[in-house]
Write a protein that binds this ligand. Structure first.
Ligand code: PAF
Length: 287
C-alpha cells in the first residue's frame, strides 16, 4: 500500500492502529495543523526512531482560534505536507474533515487550570481549551504509545503533559527541541505571514531571550533583565504581549534562579503576526 496511507475517519484510524497493535507495534502520533516545516519534521524523525509506526494528524482546529484570529488564512499546504511526510516514511496521515472531529451537537470542552493559567491565556483566553479538547480527542482516537510536541509552544507542551496525566491517558508525551533558522528565528507556520522587513526584525526575540538568559545565569536580577529585554523588544518595533521568567516545569513565576529551573517565554506581535519563543535558563548550580 502507498505510504503514507491517508485516513479521514476515526473508524478507519482505529482499525489501522488496532491492526498494528495486534502485531505488537509501538505507535507514535505527531499532531499538527499542517503547513509542515522542519520543526514538525524533527518530530516525525524522532517519532520514527522511537516507534514502529508513525501517525501524523493534519487538522486546522477552529476551536483554538478566536473569531478575530487567522483561522481562515492559516496556511494550508496539503500537497507539500504529504510529500514531506512521505519522504520521512510516515505510515499514516489522519486528516479528518471538520464534522468528523466536531459533529453537529458537539458540546464538550476540557477545562484547564495549572500550567494553562497566565501567559498565552492572558492574551488568547480561548486557546488552551481548544487545544486540549482536540488533543484529548486525537489521543483517545489514535491511542498512541507516545505523542510528540515541539517546545516552541512550551506552555502548550506543559498543558498537554498535565492533561494526559490528569485524565490517565496511557500515552507518553514527548517534547522536542525548537528548530531555528540560522539567525535564531524559531520555525513556525506563521513565519510565512512576515513581510521582508518584519522577517528581518523577527530574530530580535530569540536574541533578547538568549542575552537575558546569559545575564540571569551570570547573576543579574531577573526583574532588571526582563525590564531591559521588554524595552529592547518594543524598541525593535514589536507590540509585546509578555516576556516572563517562569519555573520550567510548573510555569509558576520565579524571582530568582533559586526558584528555578527557569524558562524565559516571550510573545509579541510584529505587524499583524504574533510570534512566540522561549529558552531555558537552567538551574542554579553550586552557588
Ligand atoms: O501545535 C499545534 O500545531 C496545535 O496546537 C495542535 C497541538 C496540533 C493542536 O491543534
Amino acid at each position: 500500500m502507498a505510504r503514507p496511507r491517508i485516513v479521514r475517519t476515526v473508524k478507519a484510524l482505529r482499525a489501522a492502529v488496532a491492526a498494528w497493535r495486534r502485531k505488537g507495534d509501538r505507535i507514535a502520533l505527531v499532531p499538527t495543523m499542517g503547513a509542515l516545516h522542519d520543526g514538525h519534521m524533527s518530530l516525525v524523525k524522532l517519532a520514527r526512531r522511537r516507534a514502529d509506526r508513525v501517525v501524523a494528524s493534519i487538522f486546522v482546529n477552529p476551536a483554538q482560534f478566536a473569531p478575530h484570529e487567522d483561522f481562515a488564512r492559516y496556511p494550508r499546504t496539503w500537497k507539500t505536507d504529504l510529500a514531506r511526510l512521505r519522504a520521512e516514511n510516515a505510515d499514516l496521515v489522519f486528516a479528518p474533515a471538520l464534522a468528523e472531529i466536531y459533529p453537529a451537537g458537539f458540546a464538550t470542552q476540557v477545562v484547564l487550570t495549572g500550567p494553562a493559567l497566565g501567559l498565552e491565556t492572558d492574551f488568547r483566553p480561548h486557546f488552551f481549551a481548544g487545544v486540549a479538547t482536540v488533543v484529548a480527542k486525537l489521543l483517545i482516537e489514535a491511542m498512541p504509545d507516545l505523542a510528540l510536541f515541539g517546545e516552541k509552544d512550551y506552555q502548550q507542551l506543559l498543558v498537554i503533559r498535565r492533561l494526559a496525566r490528569d485524565l490517565d491517558l496511557p500515552v507518553k508525551i514527548v517534547g522536542a527541541p525548537i528548530v531555528r533558522e540560522r539567525d535564531g528565528l524559531a520555525l513556525s507556520s506563521r513565519n510565512a505571514y512576515l513581510s521582508p522587513a518584519e522577517r528581518a526584525a523577527a530574530p530580535t526575540l530569540h536574541r533578547v531571550l538568549e542575552e537575558s538568559a546569559a545575564a540571569i545565569r551570570s547573576g543579574e536580577a531577573i526583574a532588571t533583565v526582563l525590564a531591559r529585554g521588554r524595552g529592547r523588544i518594543a524598541g525593535a518595533g514589536f507590540k509585546l504581549d509578555y516576556l516572563e521568567a517562569r519555573h520550567a516545569e510548573t510555569l509558576a513565576p520565579v524571582a530568582s534562579m533559586k526558584d528555578g529551573p527557569v524558562r524565559l517565554l516571550v510573545a509579541a506581535k510584529i505587524g499583524a503576526t504574533r510570534l512566540i519563543d522561549n529558552v531555558g535558563v537552567g538551574r542554579l548550580t553550586g552557588r
